[in-house]
Design a protein around this ligand. Structure first.
Ligand code: F6R
Length: 622
């Protein structure tokens, strides 16, 4: 993970680096730092903690690193970093940028160097002393060693990266090159921003869209030499290469909270608009067919799919679990959902007749990308679902379903992208089903009508926020939570537990309700509320029965059910109602009180809801 930014030009550099780092803070917030060349001196300033800590330090003492060297037409040149710790605890010393021993080279890094210990051992043997526990220091010390041997910066970088195994996006400043930033990458993103007599670099293009209109995406094993006037590109043999310039997609001002206290609250509240936008584009009326005209999947392929494999992590995995029910019910195609990280150890039993669906809101999750590559190597066809058109997943997927209409999700915990993903998955199931076209499946109209009603029902659910808040805060001081559900709402139990854990740090588990009696019921006591997702339909009676079993073990009981469910009201201590909805559509609604439950409890406990501890929005390490 980690975010990288860089600037060369005549503008005051510190505000630019800080603005870039703010936009990249979703990638990690354990520490931050900047390195600036003022023409003579190469200085580094860094601090453990959120970016606001660094800003405070800069406010009190910008003198040492402001990049001004007294000349009128001064070129400012600097790099910045926001960290998600992998090697070495979050601390001032482990914060980036890292210097070599002579403080002549400064490096920021996103990625993981797998062979860092081996390289470090060799460098230590040759007398180099290390200050930090990071894998990044190995890189900067190696650059320094090779630079002393051959004097050419470009060949030094080529030689250095040939010794490194793993993933990296690097931005490097050299004391001897006051107005140049060097950048190189492999498997971690890095984008160059082209301006007028100024150039930039960053880990993502939305950050650059704040400053420039044109970008160049650095590819694996490519180097950029960035100056104020121009950017030149090389391969790692040191040969010049040409790159395509792209127009940057301008993001709306995603750092605007629109009056909400937190991004999370804003994003939860955006869900009906997001679903409505997606439906208006792809299913404008219940009489129309799903308009995935850009998909080039051939009807012969769709009619002969032997199996569907969904690969994803975290919340995206939960949307995949919901899709399994919908796909199997509508298309009868066996559908399996795997944690991407687990799929790396499973024999891929796929063929050219298989469909792989990769889901990732960021499109950069390393586990998901690796698992997808493994799956498609068997000849399977990939459909990627992401809300980042400029992501690695979008690049990898010839067939892709973008949910960018959801808008950027700033809060680390996924909410609106979850409901956007399930919207696309329902639509994909209907799309395939329409192409399969058997009589039984032909009657998709009622389902499409229900789907078209979802934005209104989600909207009605969102208006109940205050009521949910009042109800759930009664439980804010409980030790653990257990969430239970069956069938299509079992994934909502998992998602509810994940949201509560990551936002409030209260331990929570999600179970298929029938599994409680096989062990987990032992944890119940008056300090462990059980939240049952119990929606009228096929699973209702069994979830009800399992809830009674939990109630008999003195657990406080909370239900998520539809309006007017008198039976639930008679046994549960608290009922979180949602508008009446069919079981198949219910996950769109039942997830909302669960998102609010996690949000309000976390807020009540004083947690940092938008940037929970230990997390990052984009998990680019395996
Ligand atoms: C939970 C959450 C994570 C992500 C997971 C996958 O709120 O945000 O569990 O869902 O890290 O991320 P993406 O979807 O970017 O692949």
């Amino acid at each position: 993970m980690c975010g990288i930014v860089g600037y060369v030009g005549n503008k005051e550099i510190i505000p630019i680096l800080l603005e870039g780092l703010h936009s990249l803070e979703y990638r990690g917030y354990d520490s931050s730092g900047i390195a600036i060349h003022d023409g003579k001196v190469l200085s580094v300033l860094k601090s453990v903690g959120k970016l606001s800590k660094l800003e405070e330090i800069l406010k009190n003492d910008a003198g040492s690193v402001n990049g001004k060297n007294g000349k009128n037409e001064h070129v400012y040149c600097g790099i910045g970093h926001t960290r998600w710790a992998t090697h070495g605890e979050p601390s001032d010393i482990n914060a980036h940028p890292h210097f070599d021993s002579d403080e002549k080279i400064a490096v920021v890094h996103n990625g993981i160097i797998r062979n860092y210990q081996e390289v470090k051992d060799k460098l230590v043997k040759s007398g180099i002393k290390f200050l930090t526990q990071t894998d990044t220091e190995v890189i900067v010390q190696l650059i320094a060693k090779y630079l002393k041997e051959n004097n050419s910066v470009l060949s030094t970088i080529c030689k250095t990266v040939s010794d490194l195994e793993g993933s990296y996006a690097l931005a490097i400043l050299f004391k001897e090159k006051p107005d140049k930033i060097y950048a190189v990458r492999k498997e971690s993103p890095l984008v160059i921003g082209l301006g007028e007599k100024e150039n930039y670099l960053a880990s993502d293009s939305p950050t650059l869209s704040r400053f420039v209109d044109k970008i160049v995406r650095l590819g694996d094993n490519e180097i950029a030499e960035v100056t104020k006037e121009k950017v030149e590109f090389f391969n790692t043999k040191g040969e010049k290469i040409n790159k395509t310039v792209q127009k940057v997609i301008k993001s709306k001002d995603f750092l605007d909270k629109r009056g909400f206290k937190h991004y999370l609250e804003k994003e939860i509240n955006e869900q009906s608009e997001v679903i409505s936008n997606l439906l208006n584009e792809f299913l404008p009326s219940s009489d129309s067919k799903v308009k995935f005209d850009h998909l080039k999947l051939k009807p012969e392929f769709l009619k002969n799919i032997d199996r569907i494999l969904i690969l994803a992590c975290g919340t995206a995995y939960h949307s995949g679990l919901i899709a399994k029910y919908v796909f199997e019910n509508l298309t009868s195609i066996p559908t399996e959902v795997q944690f991407a990280s687990e799929y790396l150890n499973i024999k891929p039993l796929l063929s050219e007749k298989s469909l792989v669906i990769g889901i990732s809101q960021s499109g950069e999750t390393a586990d998901t990308l690796t698992a997808i590559k493994r799956a498609v190597s068997c000849g399977a066809t990939l459909v990627g679902i992401t809300n980042r058109a400029d992501s690695a997943l979008a690049d990898l997927s010839k067939e892709r379903l973008l949910i960018s209409k959801a808008g950027l999700e700033v809060s680390v915990a996924a909410t609106k992208t979850f409901t956007a993903q399930i919207t696309m998955l329902y639509l994909l199931a209907i799309y395939i089903s329409e192409i399969l076209g058997s009589t039984e499946r032909n009657n998709l109209k009622p389902l499409k009508q229900e789907l078209r009603l979802i934005p209104r029902l989600v909207d009605q659910t969102l208006t109940r926020a205050e009521y949910y808040q009042e109800q759930v805060l009664k439980y804010a001081n409980k030790r653990d939570f257990v969430f239970i559900g069956r069938g299509i709402n079992y994934p909502i139990a998992l998602e509810a537990a994940l949201k509560l854990k990551e936002l409030s740090y209260i331990h929570a588990s999600g179970y298929a309700s029938g599994e409680m009696k096989h062990g987990p019921i032992a944890v119940l006591d008056p300090n462990v509320p059980v939240v049952s997702i119990i929606v009228p339909g096929e699973t209702y009676d069994r979830v009800f029965q399992n809830s009674l079993e939990a109630k008999s073990r003195s657990a406080p009981m909370i239900a998520v059910t539809v309006d007017g469910d008198k039976k639930a009201e008679s046994i549960f201590d608290t009922v979180l109602h949602v508008p009446p909805v069919t079981e198949v559509m219910s996950p769109f609604l039942t997830v909302i009180p669960m998102q609010f439950l996690a949000y309000y409890i976390a807020e009540h406990l004083g947690r940092d809801v938008d940037q929970p501890r230990n997390l990052a929005k984009s998990v680019t390490v395996e």
